[in-house]
Design a protein around this ligand. Structure first.
Ligand SMILES: O=P(O)(O)OC[C@H]1O[C@](O)(CO)[C@@H](O)[C@@H]1O
Length: 226
């Protein structure tokens, strides 16, 4: 089970990675747009430099034709790192690109997955990761949990190496349900994680423990002061 951050904001990446067991970064053109007119390659190289061994970095192509997507993929690999997982939308054209990139030995994340057939085709095409869009599926009336469970079953049945990197989360119930259904990894906006951990009942419990300790031993709370 792995948790990734769905952001390219460097202060957030540093802060959240220092607190939480984060093992990679994902982004898409909309996430990049949120940062404004950045120096794209420089910022991606800086993020790449922050990763730990074994972490994965998933960067999406911006082109829409086969030629543009392949060009984007090669540019990302050459200028950032040859272990970047290239995110390709799982469209008719995208599947052609996924097959080609796999023939070249490039890591691929098949993204924009809303349906079972998209994911199953991406698994068959040899994608390293498939990224089902949990919240967007639910918003479209699709049973996201059932879709992820079915991907997991297909991967086990075929003994496939494809991993499920579930994405598009708007609350933590979606996240835990995706993991229970068989997702190998989830990618989350940083604030979603923090808001889910620092909830009022937890803070209340911690504050009650401190108050109870202080009521007996006083302020300071160090064992060597007892
Ligand atoms: O529905 P949202 O919140 O825009 O999320 C879309 C998701 O797709 C991805 O591009 C898939 O990796 C993520 O970066 C993002 O979580």
């Amino acid at each position: 089970m792995r948790f990734l951050l769905d952001t390219i904001n460097i202060p957030d990446i540093k802060r959240y990675s220092s607190h939480l067991p984060i093992s990679g970064i994902t982004c898409n053109p909309s996430i990049i747009k949120a940062e404004g007119h950045i120096d794209f390659y420089k910022q991606m190289q800086d993020i790449y430099g922050l990763l730990n061994p074994g972490d994965t970095f998933h960067i999406q192509v911006s082109g829409t034709t086969k030629e543009q997507m392949l060009w984007d993929a090669h540019a990302i690999i050459q200028r950032i790192g040859n272990d970047i997982s290239i995110k390709v939308p799982t469209t008719f054209t995208g599947l052609q690109v996924i097959k080609q990139l796999k023939e070249e030995g490039i890591n691929v994340t098949a993204t924009a997955i809303y349906t079972k057939i998209q994911g199953l085709l991406a698994i068959a095409a040899g994608a390293d990761y498939i990224a089902p869009y949990y919240n967007r599926m639910q918003s479209s009336g699709i049973d996201a949990e059932d879709v992820i469970r079915s991907f997991h079953q297909a991967i086990v049945r075929d003994d496939s190496d494809t991993k499920i990197l579930a994405a598009s989360f708007h609350n933590v119930i979606q996240v835990t349900t995706a993991l229970e259904a068989g997702a190998d990894a989830v990618t989350l906006p940083p604030a979603l994680l923090k808001n889910a951990i620092d909830i009022a009942p937890v803070e209340q419990a911690v504050s009650d423990f401190s108050a109870d300790w202080a009521a007996v031993f006083g302020a300071g709370n160090y064992i060597d002061r007892l």
